[in-house]
Write a new protein. Structure first.
Length: 293
């Protein structure tokens, strides 16, 4: 089964006169640090962009980012690139139906923040890649008979380069709806996929992923959240989000601009609908409309 098509997140190229390379360099590649290689009016050659971006004015000025990416209400990070991410392999046979196939989809946030910003972390690792299940690999077709306990799995990879968590193995990052300084709607936990220190000059890079479908929770929608944030727990934190104060009880908070969140919620809703369609295909009897008496 193919999941429903998601809205295009990258920027489209408007029909316009093609620029020469010199004109492209003058218009789009004259910033002091680097440049954005995605589609821009007049460019013939570009890198396809599947992300939804939001950036600060400073970051845009450093990398010649399109002005439509800029939002002054982004706080706590210099740039965020969002896209729908897919688990590394597709699985079939849901509900005993051989043709019911699908793969987990998730929210993917790639965060750029200043390397001078000191965030609470559980290690000093400068690089990791902790989400093998998100990588497309032939290994997903090979399974062992012995199922390792979480402790055994952790011990096995503990010394592998890139296996150490930067922020937290428990807790860590999350997406939360807030009302003033009060967290009222925990949307999803965000698992650490990759961390690279100084990926760009002066900027650290972090990618996280979290489950989809919770933006459509009717109970959550009634909580009256007025803003959505990415939060990092303080080390040792055990309280629920609803028991904390946004101003004092987190290690870090990233305030997401409203237009950015609106688009993410649209993606979330379509992903949830695709999952429900898979369930209907896998378990048709459970979703069959009752016959009128």
């Amino acid at each position: 089964m193919a999941f429903a098509a998601m809205p295009t997140l990258g920027q489209s190229v408007e029909p316009t006169k093609s620029m020469t390379q010199a004109e492209v360099q003058a218009a789009y590649q004259s910033c002091p640090v680097g440049y954005y290689s995605g589609p821009r009016p007049g460019k013939t050659r570009y890198t396809k962009d599947d992300y939804l971006w939001v950036v600060t004015l400073e970051f845009a000025a450093a990398y010649c980012m399109p002005p439509e990416f800029i939002d002054k209400t982004l706080k706590g990070a210099e740039a965020i690139a969002y896209k729908l991410v897919y688990e590394g392999s597709e699985n079939c046979g849901f509900g005993g139906n051989k043709e019911a196939c699908g793969r987990r989809t998730a929210h993917g946030f790639e965060i750029y923040y200043k390397s001078s910003l000191q965030l609470p972390s559980v290690s000093k690792t400068k690089y990791n890649y902790r989400a093998f299940y998100m990588i497309s690999s032939s290994k997903h077709l090979l399974s062992g008979h012995k199922i390792k306990t979480p402790a055994e799995a952790t011990a096995e990879v503990a010394e592998r380069p890139g296996a150490q968590a930067r922020f937290s193995t428990q807790g860590g990052w999350g997406l939360v709806g807030v009302k003033g300084p009060k967290p009222v709607w925990p949307i999803t936990a965000l698992r650490e996929i990759q961390y690279i220190e100084d990926l760009l000059p002066g900027y650290n890079y972090l990618s996280v992923e979290g489950s989809m479908g919770y933006f459509s929770n009717p109970r959550g929608e009634k909580m009256g959240a007025t803003q959505f944030v990415l939060v990092l727990d303080k080390l040792g934190e055990t309280r629920k989000d609803e028991e904390r104060d946004l101003r004092t009880d987190y290690g870090h908070v990233i305030y997401l601009p409203e237009p950015f969140v609106v688009k993410i919620r649209q993606v979330d809703k379509q992903g949830d609908q695709a999952f429900r369609a898979l369930l209907k295909q896998a378990l048709p009897e459970a979703f069959r409309e009752p016959t009128p008496k």
